[in-house]
Design a protein around this ligand. Structure first.
Ligand code: NDP
Length: 308
């Protein structure tokens, strides 16, 4: 694997060295560079390197020592967020309504992963959930509000009960859990809260009125919470996934080739994303690398949000 890295600057203070590093069997080998003459004037920056499998990366992206609570982490995007966080050195607690997928997920994720059966819409249960996790595993440093549901129906056929169900899961419960975690994070003066919203909050996709309303609510909430919490060391951001290969997107696209074709037409990268694309973005937002990033919505969508 080849990675590129800046390692220093010359005596005029200009960054000029891009070194090529070849990573072979966990060893880092410096390869050619173009600035032999300046080698002696380089002040080496301190780059702390850590190892995860074969991948060598700066520790600023590491989640070592951090505990993440990821709702809906037993499958789909949530599972890959958990996997990427574990691979980045973190510990995770995943939640969901069904125990079996959670058990299997934790088995696949290894000893730094734990689960709690929990329905986020049961808002009375959230304080107890957070208390239990913190007593058993320590302070929650990262909250990922990932659990969500969708429903595809023409707006005129959406009942009040349908609308309430979607908004209750995707928005109301997100606020309740965020408030519960944020109270503790603010007292500790540290934390990162990540919402998984959707590009449905940005533009009109037909037949998802309740879903789009719920995700737009999340986007608005991110800005307000970031404004209220960030002074106390708690950053709040969202990731707006485009079309990602999961059970949810399969259902949304199934039997609807026209919808699929339209989605692809406006996606410059011309393909669905993978759950890990969201996972790595979440690692970045949770890490020290994003220490000055708050109140943003990061589209991870193959360009879908700017596609024509
Ligand atoms: P999936 O349907 O594949 O997974 C959803 C997960 O959430 C499941 O593990 C489910 O577990 C859990 N969940 C659902 N309801 C609840 C609840 N009330 N309490 C606790 N857990 C719950 O969806 P995705 O992985 O595709 O979606 C994850 C997030 O990403 C969602 O917020 C979605 O809106 C968003 N998103 C997805 C896109 C995509 O293309 N896939 C695009 C844009 C946004 P269980 O059923 O056991 O509770």
């Amino acid at each position: 694997m080849m990675i590129m890295i800046f390692i220093g600057h010359n005596r005029f203070g200009k960054f000029l060295i891009i070194r090529k590093l070849l990573v072979v069997n966990d060893s880092v080998i410096l390869t050619n560079h173009n600035h032999h003459k300046n080698l002696r004037s380089i002040n080496l920056c301190i780059i702390v390197m850590t190892q995860t499998g074969n991948l060598t990366y700066p520790a600023v992206f590491s989640l070592e020592g951090k505990l993440a609570l990821i709702t809906g982490g037993g499958s789909g995007i949530g599972f890959d967020i958990a996997r990427c966080m574990v691979e980045s050195g973190g510990r995770v607690v995943i939640t969901g309504r069904r125990e079996e997928p959670l058990k299997e997920a934790v088995q696949a994720l290894g000893e730094r992963a734990h689960y709690q059966v929990n329905d986020v819409t049961d808002r009375e249960s959230l304080e107890e959930l957070v208390e239990k996790i913190e007593v058993e595993l320590g302070p929650i440093d990262i909250l990922v509000n990932n659990a969500g549901i969708n429903m595809k129906k023409p707006a005129l056929e959406v009942s009040d009960a349908d609308f309430d169900r979607i908004v209750h899961t995707n928005l109301n419960s997100v606020f309740s859990l965020t408030r519960t975690c944020a109270q503790r994070m603010m007292a500790r003066q540290r934390g990162s809260i990540i919402m998984i919203s959707s590009m449905a909050a940005y533009y009109g996709i037909d037949r998802v009125a309740a879903y789009a309303a719920s995700k737009s609510g999340v986007e608005g909430m991110v800005k307000v919470l970031a404004s209220e919490f960030s002074g106390n060391g708690v950053r709040v951001n969202s990731i707006a996934p485009g079309f990602i290969e999961t059970a949810m997107s399969k259902t949304a696209m199934s039997g609807d080739p026209d919808r699929f074709a339209r989605a692809m037409r406006r996606t410059p990268m011309g393909a669905f994303g993978k759950p890990s694309d969201i996972g790595w973005a979440a690692v970045f937002l949770a890490s020290e690398a994003a220490r000055y990033v708050t109140g943003v919505s990061l589209p991870v969508d193959g360009g879908n949000s700017i596609g024509f």
